[in-house]
Ligand binder design. Structure first.
Ligand SMILES: NC(=O)c1ccc[n+]([C@@H]2O[C@H](COP(=O)([O-])OP(=O)(O)OC[C@H]3O[C@@H](n4cnc5c(N)ncnc54)[C@H](O)[C@@H]3O)[C@@H](O)[C@H]2O)c1
Length: 387
């Protein structure tokens, strides 16, 4: 299918990435922008025309954009606490929806949009959630081998998101660092991609035991560091570390281990892949030749990332979206997947709050919604003792 028209709702940081990906996709066009901030609309509209796209219409709200003309697809790029509300509005208007991660800041709202998406699925309406790292060649290479049984029995994983966000980041927009609009801190905003990859590779999570801390930032309600252990239904165990308080320069690292294979993905590139039926890992580590069968050389740890890398993941996700619309298949990342990732992050918060292991299925089912509401009604206490 060609010529799908897209409305981008939310014209700032990630709105630009969506525009960049859409500009590179031959079957998509940004028809309109919807943002109450007129200057944000103007900036993004100018950016699109400067990069060779047609000038989009500009609207104050998604409702106005939907009413103004034919729209095929809405990309929700607003603060996380508005995702479900706007996605529901778009689904009710009969259009396809791509929602930025996380599915929503609130677990009940995320549950609601997952139900709404399931309801319209039969009519061919596609609702997907951005998890662009599922499409990284390194992630695909590992997942393909895990699914094919090449890792044997998956035994454990270690995931670390050691990022830095200065105070200026949290001060840059009123929604950042709030329970209501951000839904959480380092684990929800920055870590949810890695949580999604863990679930994708290790299967259904059963239980979480976690600590969280507010260690290095002011005027935030949420955690800037979290550590958690996740037990999976298969028996596999994973360690999760997410922070926005790690002095900068480091990339996300994900290790996955099984009885027949191990892999390390670092900063979205493949650092290590050794399966019993694959090449010798010492040969693999020595150069790209042995590993080129797994991923292209550019996707190996240490290869320079091309300038357009910041949109490549989103472009791959848009391709998946277009294929799903064209063929009637499910998108690669469904609202059910994204709901589970939000539920696991909320289980991290609940476990830290209640100081005990918490069952993920109970959180998913809503048994802790009241506790979550209490927990999210006030800031988590600062755990810093010195600055
Ligand atoms: N996939 C990724 O890697 C990635 C990266 C960054 C951000 N995100 C996600 O994208 C979302 C936005 O993050 P951001 O950094 O671009 O935030 P931002 O603050 O830079 O931009 C949000 C924009 O939404 C607009 N907005 C607010 N209310 C609106 C409404 N009702 N309708 C339309 N627009 C509205 C704001 O005016 C602002 O321009 C968040 O949910 C975040 O988690 C994803």
């Amino acid at each position: 299918m060609t010529g799908l028209t897209v409305v981008i709702a939310g014209s700032s940081v990630i709105g630009h990435t969506h525009a960049g990906a859409i500009l590179r996709h031959p079957g998509l066009r940004v028809a309109a922008l919807a943002d109450p901030d007129a200057q944000a609309n103007d900036r993004l509209a100018r950016w699109i025309t400067e990069h060779g796209g047609p000038a989009p219409q500009r609207h104050d709200s998604l409702g106005e954009a939907l009413a103004a003309g034919t729209v095929d697809l809405v990309a929700i790029c607003t603060p996380s606490g508005l995702h479900a509300e706007l996605a529901e509005q778009a689904l009710a208007a009969g259009v396809h929806v791509l929602v930025e991660k996380p599915l929503d800041a609130s677990l009940p709202a995320a549950r609601r949009i997952a139900q709404a998406a399931a309801h319209v699925e039969a009519s061919g309406q596609v609702c997907a959630v951005v998890c662009q790292h599922r499409f990284d060649p390194a992630s695909v290479a590992v997942a393909t081998r895990v699914r094919a049984g090449a890792f044997g029995r998956i035994t454990s994983a270690v995931a670390s998101v050691p990022w830095w966000r200065g105070q200026r980041y949290y001060d840059s927009a009123g929604w950042r660092g709030t329970w209501r609009q951000d839904g959480g801190g380092a684990t929800m905003n920055q870590g949810v991609h890695t949580v999604d990859l863990l679930l994708w590779l290790l299967g259904h999570p059963e239980e979480v035991f976690a600590y969280t801390g507010a260690t290095a930032h002011d005027r935030i309600e949420i955690e800037d560091v979290a550590t958690a252990t996740i037990r999976f239904a298969s028996g596999a165990l994973a360690v999760l570390h997410a922070t926005t308080a790690a002095y900068p320069g480091l990339g996300v690292r994900l290790q996955v281990h099984g009885t027949q294979g191990s892999a390390v993905i670092h900063d979205d590139q493949l650092e290590y892949l050794h399966t019993a039926d694959g090449p010798d890992p010492s040969a693999y580590a020595a150069g790209p030749d042995q590993s080129s069968a797994a991923v292209p050389e550019s996707e190996l740890r240490g290869a320079p990332k091309p300038a357009e890398a910041f949109v490549t993941g989103h472009l791959r996700q848009y391709q998946d979206m277009v294929d799903a619309i064209d063929t009637g298949r499910r998108p690669a990342v469904t609202t059910a997947d994204a709901l589970l990732a939000v539920a696991v992050v909320k289980t991290v918060y609940l476990s830290a709050y209640l100081h005990r292991p918490i069952q993920v299925p109970a959180v998913l089912a809503g048994e802790f919604d009241d506790v979550l509401a209490t927990l999210e009604s006030s800031a988590i206490p600062s755990t810093a003792t010195t600055r």
